[in-house]
Design a protein around this ligand. Structure first.
Ligand code: URA
Length: 202
């Protein structure tokens, strides 16, 4: 699928295609496809790895424990979840929450590419190493790349952050901890968004 060359494709006409996908074996074990949700005209697109158990049960991205952590991170800088778009590299849950395989990501990524082409975000926030390395293979590992704005395909910026699940496994708030750094990182997103909106509104 090449969304940019497909006239008339919209998020709403893309959705049923993704929901009925049987292109990879993950469709055999899923309960629901997790297409993604949020503002179709969002300035910021968040990209995680793949749905977890609660996401698989509900068909919604980041609504389980990692999602609650993401909501907290967003709320800390007054970013409404509904004002961004949230999706994943793979739209079906890898069994046992394993990392999606390269073939699974390859087969599924045209859907993400179509979402990017349709939403046209100005900033893509990748959550964790998997989505960061998938979209920006040359990026250093997440402990180095988080909190850095990378130029990505022309005018889009890509900004890696720690995956919220990693924060759940590392609850310390001490200075320099992943949680502390994430609070710093999201404040940089807030600042970028304020500056971007000021220019867009001018
Ligand atoms: N982890 C992810 O990467 N994505 C989700 O939607 C939920 C948990």
């Amino acid at each position: 699928m090449n969304a940019s060359s497909e006239a008339g494709l919209t998020i709403e006409t893309l959705r049923p295609r993704v929901l009925s996908c049987t292109r990879c074996p993950l469709h055999e074990t899923r309960s629901n496809v997790v297409f993604g949700e949020g503002d179709e005209h969002a300035t910021v697109l968040f990209v995680g790895e793949g749905p977890g158990e609660v996401e698989d049960q509900t068909g919604r991205p980041f609504v389980g424990p990692a999602g609650q952590k993401l909501d907290e991170v967003l709320a800390s800088v007054d970013i409404a979840r509904e004002s961004v778009f949230i999706t994943n590299i793979v739209k079906c849950r890898p069994p046992g929450n394993r990392v999606p395989t390269k073939p699974e990501m390859e087969v599924c990524s045209p859907y993400l590419e179509a979402q990017i082409a349709l939403i046209q975000p100005a900033l893509i926030v990748t959550l964790g190493n998997t989505s960061t390395q998938w979209l920006l293979p040359d990026a250093p590992g997440i402990t180095k790349s988080h909190g850095t704005f990378y130029a990505w395909r022309g005018r889009i910026l890509l900004y890696p952050m720690y995956h919220p699940s990693y924060l759940l496994r590392n609850p310390s708030r001490a200075k320099g901890s992943p949680k502390y750094q994430t609070w710093e990182d999201i404040q940089k997103v807030r600042k970028w968004l304020d500056e971007y909106s000021a220019v867009a509104d001018a």
